[in-house]
Ligand binder design. Structure first.
Ligand SMILES: [Zn+2]
Length: 123
């Protein structure tokens, strides 16, 4: 498989991740609106719908994070080591569209690592 094809697949993964995240937000919004607009609903039914909406949102968020993380690798600016961060490090790291604040597993330094969408240099 060529590098450009891998890059394309990773771009699709990121788009797919964004779509899932948006769908999760929509489901949660619809659930909240439903409970607010239907008056003859018991409190228990409303709570069930809200919890259901939150669960769907949570699952969508996790899928989106896993897909987004899998789509890219990061390059340390200090030693140019390429790595994939753990999900915890990924979630906690401050980010911009092209960089993420992560700790390099090789040299141990924290810096804004560059996102790399293809795995051609990865160890
Ligand atoms: Zn490093």
């Amino acid at each position: 498989m060529g590098i450009s094809k891998k890059r394309k697949i990773n771009q699709y993964k990121r788009i797919f991740a964004a779509v899932i995240a948006v769908l999760g937000v929509c489901v949660l919004t619809i659930c909240i609106l439903t409970t607010e607009n239907i008056s003859d609903m018991t409190q228990a039914a409303k709570i069930t719908i809200i919890i259901g909406g939150c669960v769907v949102f949570g699952i969508a968020f996790i899928i989106a994070v896993i897909l987004d993380r899998a789509a890219g690798h990061y390059e340390c600016r200090e030693c140019h080591h390429h790595f994939q961060p753990s999900i915890a490090a990924y979630l906690l790291g401050m980010r911009s569209p092209t960089k993420r604040y992560l700790k390099c597993p090789k040299c141990g330094k924290r810096n804004y690592c560059k996102v790399i969408f293809s795995k051609e240099h990865c160890e």
